[in-house]
Design a protein around this ligand. Structure first.
Ligand SMILES: [Zn+2]
Length: 347
């Protein structure tokens, strides 16, 4: 099969289109013919070798997002059959952990301790075929195209997990969504609106803020030109926001904490720069703030995201669709931060 293979860590130039052996589905596994793959910031970290808790073995196929059609099933597969349209779940869990706390059984399969990940410890979706266990696949709604599903599934599920499951945004509240032009941010703007909140979107470029307004943002702040905390406090009559959806880190995270109301909740799913941020503990305790995070999203949230995308209640935001062979250019564009939404590779 054709795949984008890396044989060492490095820049986009280490990604090469190669012909490699097709994976064979073992017991309980599905072989999926990939129709489209999403491009995630995590793929860039996997390419560079920047993931501290996991090691890539070479040759390796990148790609943790994607979707396609089941073409073969291994022994003992009961949940799927050839012809089913599916999305593989990127965080591979067993569903039957032997640890004393089984996060899978609690519905938190995204933090399963039997941890494997597509495109990191397993071959990923930048290929004609990908192998996945039946526990780690979800059926696609008929109304959702492969391109839309590849673009929006992970971003929407992660944003839902942040806004609804973790930060618990409610009707009548005000939410600040940082990096509103990003994959997660552009979904989070829509989800917070759907939940009935007033949304303040932030980004580092005015063109992205204009797009965020089209997605439903009520107010916008350019955190490169304006003081984020000052602007958000001005927009909320000095009260601050109830919820922050954060994916930037650094100064933007610090200013977001300064822009939070008492008892407000901040949920994060990532950082663009360094992972470590200095936090003013007095601010945290005086305002009784909640700071939480999520590692992508559990399977049940992926199902919720797919249902809402299929019903058209949430919309995929596509920056560009490219052929698989241009995966290197997709990474360059993602690293440039000059895009709005999600990049998709057509396989
Ligand atoms: Zn588990």
């Amino acid at each position: 099969m054709k795949a984008i293979v890396i044989r060492q860590h490095g820049g986009p130039e280490v990604m090469r289109a190669e012909e490699i052996a097709e994976p064979r589905p073992g017991p309980g596994e599905l072989l999926v013919k990939v129709a489209a793959a999403g491009v995630n910031r995590f793929d860039i970290s996997a390419r560079r070798g920047d993931i501290p808790y996991a090691k890539v073995t070479f040759p390796h196929v990148l790609g943790l997002e994607g979707c396609g059609t089941v073409v073969a099933v291994g022994e003992g597969v009961s949940a799927f059959q050839a012809g089913d349209r599916v999305v593989p779940i990127l965080s591979i869990s067993s569903g039957v952990c032997r640890h004393e706390i089984c996060y899978c059984a609690l519905g938190h399969d995204n933090i399963c301790r039997n941890f494997d990940k597509l495109g990191l410890t397993l071959w990923g979706t930048y290929a004609e075929y990908v192998k996945v266990t039946q526990f780690n696949a979800v059926r696609l709604p008929d109304t959702l195209s492969f391109i839309d599903a590849a673009a929006a599934t992970v971003a929407t599920a992660t944003a839902w997990e942040l806004a609804i499951s973790r930060a618990k945004v409610r009707q009548g509240e005000t939410a600040l969504v940082n990096a509103a032009g990003g994959a997660v941010g552009s979904s989070a703007v829509q989800i917070c609106k759907l939940a009935g909140a007033r949304v303040i979107a932030s980004a580092g470029a005015d063109a992205k803020l204009e797009r965020a307004r089209q997605l439903g943002a009520d107010a916008v702040v350019n955190y490169e030109r304006q003081d984020l905390a000052e602007e958000v406090l001005r927009l909320t009559d000095g009260r601050g926001v109830d919820v922050v959806i954060e994916t930037v880190g650094g100064r933007v995270l610090q200013q977001s904490l300064a822009a939070m109301a008492h008892n407000a909740r901040l949920a994060t799913a990532g950082t663009v720069g360094r992972a470590k941020v200095e936090i003013d503990m007095y601010r945290l305790l005086r305002k009784q703030l909640w700071v939480t995070g999520t590692h992508f999203a559990p399977k049940e949230t992926v199902k919720t995201a797919l249902r809402l995308l299929g019903e058209g209640k949430l919309r995929p935001v596509i920056a560009e669709i490219m052929p698989l062979t241009e995966a290197g250019r997709a990474h360059q564009r993602l690293e440039s931060r000059d895009f709005f939404g999600n990049m998709v590779l057509q396989v």
